[in-house]
Ligand binder design. Structure first.
Ligand SMILES: CC(C)(COP(=O)(O)OP(=O)(O)OC[C@H]1O[C@@H](n2cnc3c(N)ncnc32)[C@H](O)[C@@H]1OP(=O)(O)O)[C@@H](O)C(=O)NCCC(=O)NCCS
Length: 151
């Protein structure tokens, strides 16, 4: 296989920030800000009990994809739930199963940590991403995302 999935390390930060730049340019709710993205990723790497960052590493050494997961307590579940974010694959590598493997790696970690549910937010206009998640067995909910403050 041309691409392997592994945990991110600090040395990946430049590549991960670049990948998030690609993602945040697609999603209307976000604006790329490399310093903020770097800080957010560093916070996750510093808290491996609660967070997981996985990368897709091509055989030539390039990082060509990523996904993150963070645990929250769900009273609905009476258990942990994992918030999946930052799922992106370099354009030239799409359609080869890498996105699926990244999300599955986060799911495996979350289940191992005791999460009984996974959840995510996707841009309603991002039809390819919605089709991707549907293919992976995710379903839409009735919930609407709200937010206050932030960049
Ligand atoms: C969404 C994204 C991560 C998918 O990554 P990918 O590596 O191309 O996806 P995969 O090749 O692993 O596809 C997994 C499955 O989803 C399906 N799929 C992927 N993209 C699809 C699309 N645009 N339309 C329909 N199905 C799609 C694949 O056919 C595949 O099905 P299979 O496993 O049953 O054969 C990638 O397109 C991407 O980075 N998009 C830009 C960033 C983004 O929108 N991220 C999501 C934010 S919520």
């Amino acid at each position: 296989m041309n691409v392997s999935i592994r945990s991110a390390i600090e040395g990946d930060l430049d590549s991960l920030v670049a990948l998030l730049g690609v993602l945040f340019a697609i999603e209307a709710d976000f604006r790329p800000d490399p310093a903020r993205q770097r800080h957010g990723l560093a916070l996750m790497l510093a808290d491996p009990e609660r967070s997981r960052v996985v990368v897709a590493n091509r055989r030539d050494g390039l990082v060509v994809g990523m996904a993150t997961g963070q645990l929250v307590v769900s009273t609905a579940e009476g258990a942990l739930s994992a918030v999946v974010e930052d799922v992106v694959v370099e354009r030239s590598e799409r359609g080869r199963g890498t996105g699926r493997r990244l999300v599955e790696a986060i799911e495996l970690w979350a289940r191992y940590r005791g999460a009984t549910r996974l959840q995510l937010l996707a841009d309603r206009e991002n039809a390819p991403a919605l089709a991707f998640y549907e293919r992976l067995g995710w379903r839409r909910t009735q919930l609407v995302a709200l937010r206050r403050g932030g960049a």
